[in-house]
Design a protein around this ligand. Structure first.
Ligand code: SF4
Length: 607
């Protein structure tokens, strides 16, 4: 099959059996790959009701049709499983160099199934595939293990690891690659840890077949030329997402003190220019990227190297816990990366606990002696360690803010900032209805990457609640996740403004199958509805209530800054949901209708 390595590597960790299987042609035709393959395997191979941390769950690492080819930003990979955090669908996207290396080794995807009786790492060197003992690596940090394996196997190996957070089944443990790139959300690292897999190491020397190489080269050159000519290139490469805090702060969307407001008085210390001057050593990018947005940094204050902090980390481990010194945030970032937990969820969990402490719902005995107040960096560092190691209060916070609030009670559910059990990423939504809806309806929980709709809120009227905002959220939920299906980064489109429809002809040149941009969007919509049906299958009573927003945004006004006194209303949130379901062709409980499933050709996939 052109564009595919053509094989899936299936690793049964219980028995040690390793099989190479052909890539399913129907998936290539109807779901293309990436997260399309992930949901297909989950639906067909993980029995309904499976324990996310048990042997029946599977962890699927899948490349896309663009992976391994010279297309701008084609270095993205999808990790999917049944989420131990939400009980529903998890898909975590990560950049770096692993996705192309896997394809060069001859595999489009890896399926990890069962549970190993002892810690192992998966070694892949083209056709040679082995499970190797990882007893000496267990307990070590993610980046430490990456360094050890690179020394042991060679720099040409690309490596994904988990840290102690994954080993200890923290519900938002991540998988790390490239010394600081994270498949961060939904607990994919906990699932890898439950399987006793410490790392995956890959080296490959093969090529990826392309249907029409001449056409491909021409189109690829045009796409790179468009990136190079973009007026946005210089700023984006210089600051990456670290340029966002100042903008987010100005518009009152920078999460501050557990999303009590969207303006942080010390935000200037987190600004991209300050970060560049104080800690950045060099730029760092994924495979085939013409605009490396990663910043590799060194903090003298703490003596550690770290990739970042990127925007989400500055938001959740900066403003949200009230740290305004970029070196403090960089160290918190380093700890999360090395210990293998998601900075977004960790920042939320610690901010939630800080608010409980300041409201005297948690006392000093319960925090294990930690003065858990906003703005205390040592408290943040200690809690990151305790979460990753599940010590004291950290054990409860390792379950996520929804579970923590249910246990703590006393009204704390109102300030547990989550949807579907996943903590909200870095935009305050007191006064941003489109972004609020994007969080409510994202197919993994409150994550921004499915629809970054806040710019549309700003563009058409901040507080306006309208059907066009709903249409924009749905449009974004098809365009942006399509990149996760194709295995490419979306930022060349968003930040460099390259023509998004230019991906259709290059996919056609690679595969030899002519598909229009609308055809690709239809695949994305199919995948979106497939994942929605997965939630209905896996979560008892799933439906409309699972799309409700965090109470803070409609019960409490923002306490200060650019959006002081503003809040969403319950009625508006419900109106947005009504419109959303109607526009999607779903019923008012949020279930795709039979007609929608038939239109998308999904019924055959749901048996
Ligand atoms: Fe990776 Fe950033 Fe380049 Fe995207 S823009 S491919 S995330 S380095």
């Amino acid at each position: 099959m052109n564009g595919y390595a053509g094989k899936i590597l299936r690793v049964n960790l219980t028995t040690g059996e390793i099989r190479k299987e052909p890539y399913p042609e129907n998936v290539a035709r109807d779901l293309l790959g990436g997260r399309g393959l992930g949901i297909y395997i989950l639906w067909n191979e993980v029995p309904a009701g499976a324990d996310p941390l048990g042997p029946e769950n599977k962890l699927i690492a899948s490349t896309g049709i663009l992976s391994g080819l010279l297309v701008p930003g084609a270095g993205k990979m999808d990790w999917a499983c049944k989420s131990p955090q939400t009980g529903g669908y998890a898909s975590a996207n990560v950049g770096g160099h692993l996705t192309s290396e896997l394809k060069y080794a001859g595999y489009d995807a890896i399926i990890l199934e069962g549970i190993s009786p002892r810690p192992v790492y998966l070694f892949i060197d083209d056709d040679k595939v082995e499970l190797r003992d990882a007893a000496d690596l267990w307990g070590k940090g993610s980046m430490t293990v990456e360094e050890i394996l690179k020394k042991r196997l060679g720099e040409d190996f690309q490596i994904a690891t988990i840290g102690p957070g994954g080993e200890n089944l923290v519900k938002y443990a991540c998988i790390t690659t490239d010394y600081g790139r994270q498949a961060g959300r939904g607990g994919v690292g906990a699932v890898m840890g439950s399987k006793k897999v410490k790392a995956v190491a890959v080296h490959g020397t093969q090529t990826v077949p392309v249907a029409d190489p001449a056409r491909f080269w021409q189109l690829a050159h045009e796409m790179f030329a468009a990136c190079k000519a973009s007026p946005g290139l210089e700023l984006w490469q210089r600051y990456g997402t670290a340029g966002v805090p100042t903008w987010a702060n100005e518009i009152g969307a920078f999460p501050t003190r557990n999303f009590q407001q969207g303006t942080f008085e010390e935000h200037a210390g987190l600004d991209g220019k300050v970060m560049r001057e104080r800690i950045v050593l060099t730029d760092k990018g994924c495979a085939c990227c013409p605009c490396p947005c990663g910043k590799y940094s060194y903090t003298k204050k703490y003596g550690v190297f770290v990739e970042g902090p990127e925007y989400e980390t500055s938001a959740l481990l900066g403003g949200n816990v009230a740290l305004g010194d970029i070196e403090d945030v960089a160290y918190a970032n380093y700890l999360c990366d090395e210990l293998g937990i998601d900075t977004i969820s960790a920042g939320n969990a610690i901010a939630f606990a800080m608010e409980c402490y300041e409201k005297e719902i948690l006392n000093r005995e319960q925090t294990g002696g930690v003065e858990l107040r906003f703005g205390n960096p040592q408290a943040v560092f200690t809690m990151i360690e305790r979460i990753a190691r599940r010590e004291g209060l950290g054990d409860l916070l390792a379950e996520g803010v929804k579970v923590a609030a249910e246990k703590i009670g006393q009204g704390s559910y109102d300030w547990a900032i989550q949807v579907k059990g996943m903590e909200q990423s870095g935009y305050d939504t007191h006064a941003a209805p489109a972004m609020l809806l994007a969080y409510m309806t994202a197919d993994v929980g409150a994550h921004h990457n499915r629809a970054w709709a806040i710019t549309y809120d700003i563009q058409v009227g901040r507080e306006k609640v309208s059907e066009d905002k709903v249409a924009k959220v749905i449009e974004l939920q098809h365009v942006r996740p399509l990149f996760d299906v194709m295995g490419a980064c979306r930022l060349q489109w968003i930040e460099l403004s390259i023509d998004v429809t230019s991906y259709a002809p290059i996919v056609a040149a690679i595969t030899g199958v002519e598909r229009s941009w609308e055809d690709l969007l239809k695949i994305s919509e199919r995948v979106w509805n497939y994942t929605r049906m997965y939630w209905f299958r896996e979560v008892e009573g799933f439906g409309r209530e699972w799309d409700y927003p965090p109470p803070r945004f409609y019960k409490e006004e923002a306490t200060g800054g650019a959006t002081a006194g503003k809040k969403a209303t319950w009625e508006d949130a419900m109106q947005l949901l009504d419109w959303y379901y109607a526009q999607r062709g779903w019923d008012q409980n949020g279930h795709p209708t039979e007609a929608k499933l038939a239109e998308l050709g999904l019924k055959a996939y749901l048996k």
